[in-house]
Design a protein around this ligand. Structure first.
Ligand code: BES
Ligand code: MN
Ligand code: ZN
Length: 503
């Protein structure tokens, strides 16, 4: 989807569809000033139509109105942005997303979109950025494998171009806003593409190759550790988890250095779980549990998606990222329950369940990232079904050993609308993961399963401020929303980018 900007009057544009944002008050919709150019009778008809359809300007509700030759645009798509007092940035993202979906439903491929304007106290460049993000997210499709069902051969063609219009923005401001939105949208798209890709093609090696391409295109340093290199750094846990697969594990190191000198020496460490497929190993998953396990690399995908956008967003802080890629399979060489693994920091781990593999590869990823100079650590992982039981679908569980870090991440999550809720690291549960023959064991039983998983990871936080994002419930959505189709959500990318760049 191509995003453009033009300093035009919205209602003058001849186009498939024109999106108009509508605010809301207690008494109903608040019509934007741009509509004052309509003839009074047309405006009155429109108000009546909206009333009949119960369109009140609520966030992400839309109303599509054919204009039947009365306006240059073939149809108007009214999209609600909700109440403008305390307007959350994400409301604008969702409103734009819903409108693009409505345009798609109406068969419109070229769309113009007026921006919610200063009349409602909205900064025009922010409005453009947020609307452009919403349009990109909503326009995302994963059609690589469709044949007769591909959009080009059906009537379900995607929206090709969205031209944003406003008379309140300089070209320079518009360019910056679109550049930022494109970088963010592309980052989320990278994460979604990876997590939607079947595990037969997205092996650890293939993941590493994609990372290589993305690093080269976006000014990042990259180093890929293969089996020998993993043995060289003592990453026994990663090697064990990957030992059952012919597609061997990889540890992917990415580095971002900001332009110019950075005074404070801060280095943010990002660590992503990238189990390209999780059968559970010998602690095998049942059919239902295994069905969606190509998504088990979504943490690593979010890390790569975020890294891809740092240069474009002029990120001022250095970032060291690690993606722990392995495939958890069953074979004569696979690891077993009862095995003991030695972590890179000397902590020994007893494998009770080969299905609790994520924390094993993350143990190596966390220590490796700390050793490369990270001054704080954030890991993302589809780690536990227990996190889904605790918080339901669509919410990320946050754990942290540092309140400041936790609060800053919660702020970024709230700003971007990626729902996140903090859960406690309960010290009293630590005995649940005490090992029988090793220091710790890799499951603490069913009760508090997300917490004991986090307590396990804490043993590898190396004395640094550390946060753990369990995205098991938020990495995939079972139904399409205004921000994207069924499947991978790319969750984490926007929160990380906001945290790192403020954008
Ligand atoms: N990848 C799964 C967790 C998961 C579940 C992700 C549902 C996405 C959706 C993880 O490796 C796993 O299997 N966890 C086990 C841990 C248990 C054996 C201690 C779980 O949650 O059941
Ligand atoms: Mn597992
Ligand atoms: Zn897993």
């Amino acid at each position: 989807m191509e995003l453009r900007y033009g300093a035009e009057h919205a209602l003058d544009i001849a186009i498939d569809a024109l999106i108009l944002p509508i605010a809301r008050s207690a008494d109903g919709p608040i019509w934007p000033a741009v509509m004052s150019v309509l003839t009074p009778s047309l405006f009155a008809e429109l108000i009546k139509l909206a009333k009949d359809a119960h369109f009140g300007g609520k966030i992400a509700t839309t109303l599509t109105v054919p204009t039947l030759g009365l306006l240059p645009a073939k149809r108007l798509i009214l999209t609600g942005i909700g109440e403008t007092e305390n307007l959350k940035p994400n409301a604008l993202v969702r409103a734009a997303g819903a409108a693009v979906r409505a345009a798609w439903d109406a068969g419109a491929t070229d769309v113009a979109c007026a921006l919610p304007s200063a009349e409602w106290g909205i900064v025009p460049s922010e409005a453009l950025k947020l609307f452009a993000i919403g349009a990109t997210l909503a326009g995302y499709r994963f059609d690589d494998y469709r044949g007769f069902a591909a959009p080009e051969v059906t009537t379900r063609r995607n929206v090709d171009t969205v031209q944003f219009v406003s008379t309140e923005l300089s070209n320079e401001q518009a360019k910056t806003a679109l550049r930022r939105a494109n970088a963010i949208g592309r980052g989320v798209g990278i994460a979604r593409d990876l997590a939607n890709e079947p595990a037969s093609t997205l092996t650890p090696e293939a993941f590493a190759q994609r990372a290589q391409t993305i690093a080269a295109e976006n000014g990042l340093e990259i180093e890929i550790l293969d089996l020998d290199a993993l043995a060289g750094i003592g990453a026994a846990a990663t090697l064990s988890v990957g030992s059952g697969s012919v597609n061997g594990p990889r540890l992917i190191r990415l580095s971002y250095e900001p332009e110019g000198n950075q005074a404070d020496g801060r280095v943010v460490g990002l660590v992503g779980k990238a189990i390209t497929f999780d059968t559970g190993g010998y602690s095998i998953k049942p059919y239902e549990g295994m069905l969606t396990m190509k998504v088990d690399m979504a943490g690593g995908a979010a890390v790569l998606g975020a890294m891809s956008a740092l240069r474009e967003l002029d990120c001022a802080v250095a970032v060291e990222a690690t993606i722990c890629a392995a495939e958890n399979m069953i074979s004569g060489t696979a690891f077993r329950p009862g095995d003991v693994l030695k972590g890179m920091n000397g902590v020994t781990m007893e494998v009770l369940s080969t299905d609790a593999e994520g924390r094993l590869v993350l143990a190596d990823g966390l220590v490796d990232t700390a050793r490369r100079g990270a001054t704080e650590l954030i890991d993302l992982a589809t780690l536990t079904g227990a996190a889904v039981v605790a918080l339901g679908d669509g919410t990320t569980a946050l754990f942290a050993n540092d309140d400041g870090l936790a609060d800053r991440l919660l702020v970024s999550a709230a700003e971007t609308g990626e729902r996140m809720w903090r859960l406690p690291l309960i010290d009293e549960l630590e005995p649940r993961i005490e090992g029988e023959v090793a220091d710790i064991k890799n499951t603490g039983g069913r009760a508090g399963g997300a917490i004991t998983a986090a307590l396990f990871l804490r043993h590898f936080s190396e004395g640094l401020p550390w946060a753990h994002l369990d995205i098991a419930g938020s990495a995939r959505q079972e139904e399409a929303t205004s921000l994207g189709p069924k499947g991978a959500t790319g969750v984490g990318v926007r929160t990380l980018l906001h945290y790192l760049t403020g954008v």
